[in-house]
Design a protein around this ligand. Structure first.
Ligand SMILES: Cc1cc2nc3c(=O)[nH]c(=O)nc-3n(C[C@H](O)[C@H](O)[C@H](O)COP(=O)(O)OP(=O)(O)OC[C@H]3O[C@@H](n4cnc5c(N)ncnc54)[C@H](O)[C@@H]3O)c2cc1C
Length: 378
């Protein structure tokens, strides 16, 4: 079987590894438009069980990546100068570049090398394969021009965000809410390496206009955000890497394959970064697609139909939770009218997935603190 994978991000790289590991007879080509070692963004978090989903089937990759992750068990909300700790909400994080390097080491071990600096920009380049996998991210070329067949829907959130790093080490995944004369800002920050943290700044469209970000270049934007979050950064600088303002696109495809083309990862669906699941979904798509291909070795159409039928309901549930969380952020300025305890209480329930009894089990200290506060004792 001849397979072309477009994109060597987490989804494409991991699929290439799984295919080559399972069946070395597959003629596999994986192409990547960027040079090796070039990537956007800083760290990515994996919620609660981190990479446990890899452990059963792929101990080697798990053992390679898991020890390099930063881990913590609490989440912190900072509002009006107060810190509310939410215990029991564990996360693990790793630099995006480091994750890709480790994945590419696994690829090397099964004798697959991505073709770097190879951008697919002509549909004819997709001909001649039994299977073409669009693992080419948000602005997928494989998807483009076939939106009707895929049933593609892309809705942009209204808020703007810019993805920075910082040398300040944070002890937990933290959400900081601040305001100035121009409006309200949120930062979503956590450590992803011993000396580096991710720092995503978000604001609503009115704040963005009033702050004058439209007329600022990257250094001016960085300097402004450093001033807004001066207390949080505690003298550390922000670090920029293509840290332009963007509006998060909610991507969904009703049909996951068209002919012998199939989408995985961000090309197929996005999950707002506030629930830390996009990369995990990309991995899990790769696992599901590999399994479907293994179960239907003689029929690509059957394999693709099985992939969609089995995986779509699971992904839809998670994407719905991510969209609910994204919607909470779209209104974070209103939530900031609450005092710190109430803000934290609303925050933790934002995806609609947390029931009180479960929260009491997972975060007993936080729930006890909140109940005291509600009785007027805290
Ligand atoms: C601000 C922000 C924060 C995030 N934080 C987290 C987080 O904390 N946790 C988490 O799990 N996820 C997070 N995500 C989401 C995560 O980055 C994505 O879900 C994940 O990278 C998806 O992997 P992918 O392989 O599908 O796509 P990508 O990582 O986008 O990889 C696609 C690859 O395809 C290549 N490509 C594109 N077009 C072509 C072409 N025509 N030819 C050749 N190559 C091409 C690209 O260069 C890229 O390398 C965040 C996203 C954002 C925007």
């Amino acid at each position: 079987m001849k397979v072309l994978i477009v994109g060597a991000g987490p989804a494409g790289s991991y699929l290439a590894y799984l295919l080559a590991r399972r069946d070395p007879r597959i003629e596999l080509r994986i192409v990547e438009q960027n040079p090796a070692d070039s990537t956007f963004g800083f760290g990515v978090v994996f919620s609660d069980r981190a990479l446990e989903f890899l452990r059963d089937d792929d101990e080697l990759t798990y053992e390679l990546i898991a020890p390099r992750m930063q881990r913590w068990h609490d989440l912190s909300i900072h509002h009006r100068g107060e810190r509310i700790a939410i215990d029991g909400i564990g996360f693990a994080a790793i630099g995006r570049l480091e994750l890709l390097r480790l994945l590419h080491r696994r690829l090397h071990a099964v004798r697959v090398e991505p073709e770097y600096r190879c951008a697919i920009d002509d549909r004819r380049a997709l001909d001649g394969y039994d299977l073409v996998v669009g693992a080419d991210g948000l602005n997928s070329f494989v998807r483009s021009g076939r939106e009707r067949e895929f049933g593609t829907r892309i809705d942009h959130l209204r808020n703007r965000f810019a993805w920075f790093g910082t040398t300040r080490r944070f002890d937990t995944l933290s959400q900081t809410f601040v305001s100035n004369a121009r409006g309200t800002f949120n930062a979503h920050h956590y450590r992803y390496a011993p000396e580096m943290s991710t720092f995503i700044v978000e604001c609503d469209p009115d704040t963005w206009q009033r702050a004058g970000f439209a007329a600022m270049d990257e250094p001016a934007t960085k300097a402004y955000c450093e001033r807004v979050f001066a207390d949080t950064l505690d003298g550390h600088p922000l670090v920029a890497n293509k840290s332009i303002w963007r509006q998060f696109p909610k991507v969904w495809n009703e049909h996951w394959h068209a002919g012998n083309h199939v989408l995985i990862g961000d090309a197929l669906h996005t999950a707002h970064f506030s629930i830390g699941s996009g990369t995990r979904l990309a991995f899990e798509d790769a696992i599901a697609l590999d399994r479907s291909l293994a179960a239907h070795p003689d029929s690509v159409p059957d394999a693709l139909a099985a992939f969609e039928a089995q995986r779509k309901p699971i992904v839809r549930k998670l994407v719905d939770a991510a969209n609910a969380s994204a919607d909470w952020y779209e209104h974070f300025a209103e939530h900031m009218r609450h005092d710190p305890w109430d803000l934290a209480w609303h925050y933790i329930q934002r995806s609609g997935r947390v029931d009180l009894e479960r929260l009491r089990r997972v975060s007993p200290l936080f729930v006890a603190g909140y109940e005291q506060h509600a009785k007027g004792e805290a």
